[in-house]
Design a binder for this molecule. Sequence first.
Ligand code: NAP
Ligand code: ZN
Ligand code: ZN
Length: 347
Amino acid sequence: MTRTKGYAAREAKGQLSPWIFDRREPGPRDVQFDILYCGVCHSDLHQIKNEWGNSSFPMVPGHELVGRVTKTGTEVSKFKPGDLAAVGCLVDSCRHCDNCAEGLEQYCQNGNSQTYNSMEQDKKTPTYGGYSKLMVAHEDFVFHISDKLPLETVAPLLCAGITTYSPLRHWQVGNGHKIGILGLGGLGHMAVKFASAFGAEVTVLSSSPSKEADSSRLGAHKFLLTKDPVQLKSAQGYFNFIIDTVSAPHDHNVFLGLLRTNGVHICLGAPPKPTEIFGFNLIGGRKSIAGSLIGGLPETQEMLDYCAAQSIVPDVEVIDIKYIHTAYDRMLKGDVHYRFVIDMASL
Ligand code: NAP
Ligand code: ZN
Ligand code: ZN
């Protein structure tokens, strides 16, 4: 065991404080790395407040980790000390179910091991995330990252990046499609960057008028203020797809009206309360509501390589870990531009 330092929530009150805990010694296939930066996802906030009802404490959040390898197990072939490395939302899975065999570890039929607030595959050892100094993970779940991109900007690709890249690829969004990105936060701004890079016409659907100027800089072609009924009316039946990244409860029926025939509303945001859908809003236009969870191992590496090749990086605000509660407060107000990333040197 190696002692390390982290920031942990001890109860569901949304407060974090320093915590000393142990990481395992690297096994034969494990990679150990110093965490240099960790992104702050809205899921961290949902979970430290137990908004999804499945939280266990103490909890060290964080699933957008990047750093430098310090030690490798005897059988590790992908990494050596000194390499850059990254871990996203998963640290293990059963590896033999149909989904794992297809590289869809996020949908492991036997239950994957998430990076925090989860269990290792022994189903009894808790996992602790990236708001910490040190990480140990099986090399299969550790990604290579480019040294061409600023390291702090790479971190959010590990969740916000892959979570938006994966559904855009799955539904083959590109030339000729009109897509609306609902909510311009961490996930939303990456969806804008990817969808415009893939050739779609991109409209930001935002509740914040102040984000209009940023939208075009991020690659969007249009901006629609969701609080304005006139603007909503003008976009009825317009979109082939809507990517919904809103973290708080909202009325999906409003946005189903913006889809054209065969349109798909893709839920990525995970508000803590269920939503009511009026069946006629789907029936009248053969529309679908779908969802998508992060991405599997091969697609995550593909996305990281794509971002390095195309120089696509998130817009980040690097913070000291002591700023985390202010960052969460700002996140709740939609005041994120567009991902907070913790500089782990501050821990
Ligand atoms: P975020 O940075 O906080 O962005 C969420 C955005 O939603 C806000 O910036 C805001 O954009 C919009 N919003 C609209 N109404 C809001 C309200 N009442 N309160 C707060 N925000 C509101 O969050 P994120 O990290 O992108 O995560 C978004 C959601 O996706 C979360 O629920 C998270 O748990 C979930 N998530 C899902 C997956 C997955 O695999 N499916 C992965 C990661 C995260 P505007 O100002 O433009 O309206
Ligand atoms: Zn996340
Ligand atoms: Zn599996």
